[in-house]
Design a binder for this molecule. Sequence first.
Ligand code: ATP
Length: 370
Amino acid sequence: FAPWEDAAAHPLIRFEGVTKRFGDFTAVSDLNLKIYPREFFALLGPSGCGKTTLMRMLAGFETPTEGTIWLDGQNIAPVPPNKRPVNMMFQSYALFPHLSVWDNIAFGLRRAGKDKETVRARVEEMLRLTRLDQFARRKPHQISGGQRQRVALARSLALGPKLLLLDEPLGALDKKLRQDTQFELMDIQEKTGTTFVIVTHDQEEAMTVASRVAVMDAGRLCQVDTPQHIYETPNSRYVADFIGEVSIIEGRVAALGEEAEIAYAEGARPIVTRTGGAALEPGQSVFYAIRPEKIWVGAAPHPDRINSVEGTIVDIGYLGDVSTYHVRLDTGQMVKALMTNAERYAASRFTWNDRVWLSWSRHAGVVLAS
Ligand code: ATP
């Protein structure tokens, strides 16, 4: 399932040069983006980056200042929100407190003038889908937060929208429930085949649920890709930092061929790395980004890894399954490493102030020009 790799695939949604200004403030800037049918697409970014504005334009609550949004090949600008095959589930869920679960789910169907039998069949289907059969007669205050979330989802899907917009849908749930609910959301999305666009500022959530993630900053798309590509090959320091843990080593390009050598300290052996897609020039200042779990911590350089740097442990965090090491290189640069505790016990055990070698392969990190 990778329609974005197929040039002939028709997107469900296409943003073409979309800009949204509020007065002289630009919330979304010249944005181009395609979202395909059946995708679970995440908009991820810090507060104020424009993700909600983007979603509200899809729903029809805001109109672009410039540019066009196409849905199924149609310009949706003239279509009012209630005529779009789009539904939006709000973080507050906005359930009717005096109506039963059943009536909450039936609400939109009745308002759309569906006959009694259609309403009954559809509500029952939604109850089964969201595993709420046994709660149909209860009121929202008589069920748990996770169940309320499922009622909101059932209600949003009842009319069979082509596109469901979810604004921080799990924001109100605690961490454990949130994780279970993420898998439920994925399951329901797959069963219904509805295109989901989710807005979140939680990178773990976006990475877990989404087929593709758009990382946004200040009204622009920084990178749009699968969770794995975004994690493994971020295209900028901002994206590398925003997704997961990373250490950034500043340096300059000392040699350039199939691989690059990055000099980061006087007298130290340069870091050897693949170049990826970055267009580099000799002497250029760059950032080298390396994820903690790619680094081996040892008493000596690892024999099979091309890069090894020496430093001093300043902090160890024990997290049960893994331990994290904060290591200060002799240049003063801090690097974070992570080892599973199985690896840790198999290798050597270290403590604060120990001298250690950090080793990693040429494929472990990426060079970033900005
Ligand atoms: P959050 O995660 O905090 O909801 P967001 O990424 O969803 O943030 P938006 O709600 O899209 O951000 O807002 C983007 C920017 O546009 C913000 O700086 C916001 O203050 C501004 N903005 C949004 N709506 C309006 C409006 N109606 N009038 C003026 N400015 C607005």
